[in-house]
Design a protein around this ligand. Structure first.
Ligand code: UFG
Length: 337
């Protein structure tokens, strides 16, 4: 029989791409999302949808009473490094309490598998590159710390209750689903690639580079951009491993691009000029984050299908051009070929 999966945050950016992957592989999917960042329109009709917040323990009880899950995929969280530096309590309290509620409900329902959306921000300013799973954890922000708390809670849920978990530390999720139906749409948008695309399209006057005095080749921050569908693929691959043990994997392409290189790539892909201004550093930003994903490559045969930055940006540009108002407005009719 097909696997039944609860996906918290399944209406959000990474969550919705994983829901699509689960449905493609024949799973039955129940999405739980408070729609604070998520979009109802990002959840396909084939998935059941529950609008609820993880702070609402009664709603959680009802969901676990209504369905019998084989696994829980947990994406729902606040996820902005900069915001967490301004309001640490919001992150340290909100992300952890909500996740503890979910972990307790999962254990009580006798569900044995959880796949958890963790982050490269666990590694703060790493001592060596690329960042593998043995790199010392020293979160770069309250956001990263909240994800580390949750990884620890999952460690004890395994030790004490046998709840197996996969902690997947994403580097910079980017791109859009090749089916053209899903993409990145945050309110407000703070992520580099969608903002640079909007500057190229003239929807913003310019892109501001947050600091060009970092110890990197061109002075701007270096990040490892990983296609959101490659992240989704990793989530599906770890489920079988959870039959026997818990795992932690870092997920990136293993290649870093500076902010200036991303801007150049957008100009190349779109053929448009991007106006740039250099501003001050953003609090909490490490200079360089590049993943080593050797462990998941060797153990599970995971291999990014879309590692090329220009094609990641091309997919994001296609979705944003067709959906200038994201999920909120009508899609632009595609020109006849
Ligand atoms: N940046 C700019 N100008 C902008 C926006 C971003 O220069 O207008 C720079 C940032 O300073 C950073 C880079 O572009 O150096 C990427 O910034 P994003 O905000 O797109 O992504 P982050 O690297 O800050 O954070 C992302 C996720 C986090 C996750 C982190 C892990 O949003 O959830 O990756 O690497 F923790």
């Amino acid at each position: 029989s097909p696997m039944t999966v609860l996906v918290t945050g399944g209406a959000g950016y990474v969550g919705s791409h994983c829901v699509a992957e689960l449905l493609d592989r024949g799973a039955k999917v129940i999405v739980l999302d408070n729609l604070r960042q998520g979009h109802r329109a990002a959840v396909p009709a084939e998935a059941a949808f529950v609008e609820a917040d993880l702070a609402d323990t009664d709603a959680l009880k009802r969901v676990f009473a209504e369905w019998r899950f084989d696994a829980v995929f947990h994406f729902a969280a606040l996820s902005l490094v900069g915001e967490s530096m301004r309001d640490p309590h919001l992150y340290l309290h909100g992300n952890t309490v909500n996740s503890l509620n979910l972990i307790r409900a999962t254990v009580e329902a006798g569900v044995r598998k959880m796949v958890f959306s963790s982050t490269a921000n666990l590694f703060g300013t790493p001592e060596r590159l690329p960042i593998d799973e043995d790199t010392a954890i020293d979160p770069g922000s309250p956001y990263g710390e909240s994800k580390f708390f949750i990884e620890r809670a999952l460690h004890w849920a395994d030790r004490c209750h046998g709840l197996r978990s996969a902690c997947l530390r994403y580097f910079n999720a980017a791109g859009a689903h090749p089916n053209g139906l899903l993409g990145e749409d945050h309110h407000p948008e703070t992520h580099l690639i969608p903002l640079v695309l909007d500057a190229a399209a003239g929807k913003r006057s310019h892109i501001e580079i947050f600091g060009d005095d970092y110890p990197t080749p061109d002075g701007t921050c270096v990040r490892d951009y990983i296609h959101v569908c490659d992240l989704a693929d990793a989530h599906l691959r770890v489920v079988d491993v959870l039959e026997t043990r818990s795992v932690r994997y870092n997920l990136g392409n293993g290649t870093g691009y500076s902010v200036r290189q991303v801007i150049e790539a957008v100009e190349r892909v779109t053929g448009l000029k991007v106006p740039v201004k250099v501003g001050p550093r953003r609090a909490g930003d490490p200079a360089v984050l590049i993943a080593s994903s050797e462990r998941i490559r060797t153990e599970l045969g995971w291999n990014p299908r879309f590692p090329d930055l220009d094609s990641i940006i091309g997919g994001a540009w296609a979705w944003r051009s067709r959906n200038p108002n994201g999920y909120r407005g009508p899609a632009v009719a595609q020109a006849a070929e």
